[in-house]
Design a protein around this ligand. Structure first.
Ligand SMILES: [Zn+2]
Length: 330
C-alpha cells in the first residue's frame, strides 16, 4: 500500500511522511520480534519433521515387536538426508537477519527501524541488499534493534545502511556510538526516508545532507547525472527516467556535499527545489563516508536492475570498497 501523497498544489503537510495504521500488521511480521517468532515456528517445524523421520526410521522395528504389519524399510540414508534438509531449512530462516557470504569483503548493517511512517518496501529493500551482498561479496545483517548501535557491535561493520528509517530511532548513547563509528572511518548509506529521520540531531542532519520536506504523488520523472564517475552513477544512463516518490528537501545540500544526480523538475509535477534539485549525493565527513539517495520509496524500485546498481555503488563506496566521494564540490 502506498502512503498518502499530497497533490502538487497541496504538498504533504508537516515535515514527516504520513502515518498509516494499516501498516501495523506488516510492521509486526517484519519486526525483529515477528521475525524471531517466525524463525521459531520454522525451527519447530524443522525439528518436528526431523522427529517424524527418526520415528519412521525406527518404526519398522517397533512394528515387528508389536506384530503390526511391516512397512518397507526406507534406507537410513534417506532419513539422515532429510534431517540434513531440515537443518538447512532451519538455518535458512535466519537469512533475512544475517546474510553471510563465505568470502565477504566487508559487512553491512542494514537498519530499518521506524517510529513514524513505515514504507511497505522495507522488506524488499532488505532482501535486495542481501542479494546484492551475495552476488558482490559483502555480508548484510538487517536489524531494527537500535541496541546494536554500540562501539563493540558497530566495529564489525564497514557501513551502516539506513533503509527507509523514519522518526527518532536512536537514543543518546546509540547516537554517540554511531558518531564515533563514522568519525573513526565508518560509512553511512541513506536510502529515501533516511532523510525523514532524526530531525533533532544536528550531526545526523549533516551526515544525511538534507532533511525531507514534502513530496508529490508517485510518478515518473527524469534524473540527470551530475557526476557520472561515482560508483553509484557510473552504470546509469546520463538521463534516467524512472518512477518513484520524489522528495523536496528543507535545505539545499549543494556546497556541503558532492551532488551525484539531480531531478529535472520540468519532467514531473510537484517539485519545489527549482533548477537545482539534488536527488543523490555523497560526502566525506570527518574520517567517514556518507552517501544518500532519495530514491527507493516503492517496492518495485528494489527489482529495478539500474536502481540496484545505484544502491550497490552507494553501499560499496560508503563502505570504502569502491572509489570514494573525493573532495566535496565547491
Ligand atoms: Zn516514501
Amino acid at each position: 500500500m502506498k502512503h498518502r501523497a499530497a497533490s502538487p498544489d497541496r504538498p504533504a503537510s508537516g515535515s514527516q511522511e504520513a502515518y498509516l495504521t494499516s501498516a501495523q500488521a506488516y510492521a509486526l511480521i517484519s519486526s525483529p520480534t515477528g521475525i524471531s517468532m517466525m524463525t521459531g515456528v520454522f525451527h519447530f517445524m524443522a525439528i518436528s519433521l526431523g522427529l517424524i523421520f527418526v520415528t519412521r526410521k525406527v518404526g519398522p522395528r517397533w512394528s515387528a515387536v508389536n506384530q503390526q504389519p511391516r512397512r518397507r524399510h526406507r534406507p537410513p540414508r534417506t532419513a539422515g538426508g532429510l534431517l540434513v534438509t531440515c537443518a538447512v531449512l532451519a538455518a535458512s530462516t535466519n537469512l533475512g537477519v544475517s546474510a553471510e557470504t563465505a568470502d565477504a569483503r566487508f559487512k553491512a548493517l542494514v537498519f530499518s527501524k521506524t517510529t513514524g511512517f513505515r514504507h511497505d518496501s522495507i522488506q524488499q529493500g532488505i532482501d535486495a541488499i542481501a542479494k546484492l551482498g551475495a552476488e558482490h561479496r559483502f555480508a548484510a545483517d538487517s536489524t531494527e534493534d537500535a541496541a546494536r548501535f554500540s562501539d563493540e557491535i558497530l566495529a564489525r561493520y564497514k557501513v551502516v545502511v539506513f533503509l527507509n528509517t523514519t522518526g527518532d530511532v536512536l537514543d543518546a548513547s546509540e547516537k554517540a556510538a554511531f558518531e564515533r563509528f563514522i568519525r573513526s572511518g565508518g560509512g553511512f548509506a541513506g536510502i529515501h526516508s533516511a532523510s525523514d529521520t532524526e530531525y533533532q540531531w544536528p550531526w545526523y542532519g549533516r551526515l544525511v545532507g538534507a532533511y525531507f520536506a514534502s513530496h508529490p504523488a508517485v510518478q515518473r520523472a527524469m534524473i540527470r547525472m551530475a557526476n557520472a564517475n561515482h560508483p553509484s552513477t557510473k552504470s546509469l544512463p546520463t538521463s534516467w527516467e524512472r518512477t518513484d516518490e520524489w522528495y523536496n528537501f528543507r535545505s539545499r545540500p549543494r556546497g556541503k556535499v558532492q551532488v551525484l544526480a539531480v531531478l529535472e523538475e520540468s519532467s514531473y509535477s510537484g517539485g519545489t527545489m527549482g533548477a537545482d534539485h539534488p536527488i543523490a549525493w555523497c560526502q566525506q565527513i570527518d574520517r567517514g563516508r556518507s552517501w544518500y539517495t532519495a530514491m527507493g520509496h516503492t517496492a518495485e524500485s528494489y527489482a529495478e536492475p539500474l536502481f540496484l546498481l545505484h544502491l550497490l555503488g552507494g553501499i560499496e563506496s560508503a563502505a570504502g570498497f569502491a572509489t570514494g566521494c573525493g573532495e566535496n564540490s565547491p
